[in-house]
Design a protein around this ligand. Structure first.
Ligand code: ZN
Length: 149
């Protein structure tokens, strides 16, 4: 059971790395860069808000499989969410990837695929990068890139 679950999660990550969803720029959206110097991941996220709802969300850039898969899964998870729900999911995701790996992972649907990074502290930054960038964008775009350091 556990093995097949882990395989499934790996499949989700590999699939989103190979075919990242919403991998494009959005004109007239808030643009936020994110950089993870430990791994070299560089992503740009685009967030288009309308009436307090995340109307559209995308990303571009280059990074490791974890950072790209996480960004891709994030765009799917946050699209259409009201601002408050998007912020809550950011908090839930952070809690999931930073919780002790001895505890059962919080179930966040497909995003749970990334819970495996808990055992690899440097990978937590890869998984969190796009989320930090979006959070910064939601809080009013910062002119400087978001860094995980
Ligand atoms: Zn990385």
């Amino acid at each position: 059971m556990m093995d097949s679950l882990q395989e499934l999660y790996q499949e989700v990550i590999l699939d989103h790395n190979r075919r990242p969803r919403n991998f494009r720029a959005i004109a007239d959206a808030t643009r936020q860069e994110g950089y993870n110097p430990l791994c070299g991941d560089r992503l740009v996220v685009y967030v288009a808000l309308e009436d307090g709802v995340v109307r559209d969300l995308s990303f571009e850039g280059a990074g490791c499989a974890i950072s790209k898969a996480s960004a891709s899964l994030m765009t799917e998870a946050l699209r259409g969410k009201p601002l408050a729900a998007a912020r809550q999911l950011f908090a839930d995701f952070q809690a999931m990837v930073t919780s002790p790996s001895s505890e059962p992972a919080r179930d966040l649907g497909k995003l749970t695929a990334l819970a495996g990074v808990r055992e690899f502290p440097t990978r937590v930054k890869c998984a969190s990068l796009a989320w930090h960038a979006v959070n910064a964008a939601l809080n009013g775009a910062a002119p400087a890139p978001v860094s995980t350091e």
